[in-house]
Design a protein around this ligand. Structure first.
Ligand code: IPE
Ligand code: IPE
Ligand code: MG
Length: 231
């Protein structure tokens, strides 16, 4: 099972408590720890978490700074634990616009957990589905211009091989917390046949029980992939 989560609702969680948005992100980061542990425990093989979108740069700069600070602190504090829990961490998205100390911590955590064989944790940072598609297209154009003769025809497999989920399966289930029913630029290519589950719970209130119910709902769905199924 490849589970992906759009972790939305931190700001509203804080607002309803009369707190600043950053407090909401701090609480949200605690849920990340719990959900990663739980996903690993129940045998999810891949977990992809949407942490920062290519559009989130539009937020006020203190909020952007706080979000990156949280990512950096999470990695610094957790990398040893992730390794002990056999979690392999990998970042998807752009790397060219990130603050250097954050990027350094990201690369360090990828290297540290490189040999881990348990849960594969993808964290989407400065990730956008459209941006990913354009990066793939540009890589394919580059590849083709470096080859002599006819450019090869692009098929789904060659596209995928340049994408952020190369060597990984597409998400089976995408959960979005926070009540909005949209993808907000998440996994535009890979979500073609993912099950979608939208829950009203704000991310800082999301818990193991809610995740278990979402997995339960998804397990009852017949995935026909355009065919007619078993019936
Ligand atoms: C999700 O929570 C976290 C990020 C997008 C980084 P939000 O900050 O979007 O919370 P709401 O949607 O404003 O409540
Ligand atoms: C999606 O949430 C991005 C992440 C959870 C990282 P947003 O809060 O940015 O999405 P919109 O703006 O409501 O579409
Ligand atoms: Mg939001």
């Amino acid at each position: 099972m490849h589970l992906a989560i759009i972790m939305d609702g931190n700001g509203r969680w804080a607002k309803t408590r009369g707190l600043g948005r950053i407090k909401g992100h701090k609480e949200g980061a605690k849920r990340v720890e719990e959900i990663v542990r739980y996903a690993s425990k129940i045998g999810v093989h891949t977990l992809t978490l949407y942490a920062f979108s290519t559009e989130n740069w539009q937020r006020p700069s203190p909020e952007v700074t706080a979000l990156f600070q949280l990512i950096k602190l999470y990695l610094r504090r957790k990398v040893r634990e992730l390794k002990i829990e056999n979690v392999k961490i990998n970042f998807i998205g752009r790397r060219d616009r990130l603050p250097k100390p954050v990027l350094k911590e990201m690369i360090n955590s990828e290297n540290e957990t490189d040999k881990c064989t348990g849960l594969h944790l993808n964290v989407a940072v400065d990730y956008g589905g459209r941006d990913e598609i354009l990066r793939v297209m540009n890589d394919l154009i580059q590849e083709s211009s470096s080859l002599s003769g006819h450019p090869r025809e692009i098929d789904e497999a060659s596209f995928k091989s340049y994408s952020d989920l190369k060597n990984q399966c597409d998400p089976d289930l995408i959960i979005r917390t926070g009540g909005d029913k949209r993808l907000s630029n998440f996994m535009l290519w890979h979500a073609a046949y993912s099950e979608l589950d939208f829950v009203d719970t704000l991310w800082p209130d999301f818990n193991e029980k809610e995740l278990a119910s979402a997995l339960d709902r998804a397990s009852g769905k017949e995935r026909r992939y355009g065919g007619i199924g078993d019936s």
